[in-house]
Design a protein around this ligand. Structure first.
Ligand SMILES: C[S@@+](CC[C@H](N)C(=O)[O-])C[C@H]1O[C@@H](n2cnc3c(N)ncnc32)[C@H](O)[C@@H]1O
Length: 142
């Protein structure tokens, strides 16, 4: 919703929500599934964000290989294991515009994948720290 509202208030950039809504247990113990699809639809209708947000009800690794649109902002908030966050970024990197922003949610817990990957990217110098907002760390592609 935040991304959708930002798009509507700003440049009307299309927002694609890539989320399978299949049964899934997160590394922090959260359980996800079809009920989240209902919450998603309700929040899109309630907020009017359906005007900006397109749901692609599949996993990243299925969608990314056939993707044909440039990505200026990639928001990663999926499976927080290191291997999964790394895979999400690897899937989408070929589609990132120069100087694209990549936001990682739940990025402050050093035991989780997002913080580990962020450190790796900063150490490699391929991304620079752009902004920190709550639990979300935003990097910029160099
Ligand atoms: C931490 S939750 C975040 C949910 C949502 N972004 C939110 O803030 O309400 C993790 C979500 O990642 C989704 N997920 C897990 N693996 C995924 C993948 N490979 N591609 C896309 N989404 C995935 C799960 O279905 C689950 O809903």
């Amino acid at each position: 919703m935040a991304l959708g509202l930002g798009s509507i208030a700003g440049g009307q950039a299309p927002v694609y929500a890539i989320e399978p809504h299949e049964p899934f247990i997160g590394v922090l113990g959260g359980t996800f599934g079809a009920e989240d699809r209902a919450h998603f639809y309700r929040s899109m209708l309630f907020s009017g964000c359906y005007k900006a947000v397109r749901l692609i009800n599949l996993s990243s690794e299925i969608v990314a290989p056939g993707w044909q649109r440039p990505v200026s902002l990639l928001w990663i908030d999926g499976d927080h294991s290191y291997a999964a966050v790394r895979r999400d970024l690897t899937c989408w990197e070929p589609h990132l515009l120069p100087q694209a922003l990549v936001a990682f949610h739940d990025s402050l817990d050093a035991t989780l994948g997002p913080a580990q990957l962020i450190q790796e990217l900063l150490d490699a110098g391929t991304y620079a720290r752009f902004q920190q907002v709550g639990l979300t760390t935003v990097l910029q592609k160099r």
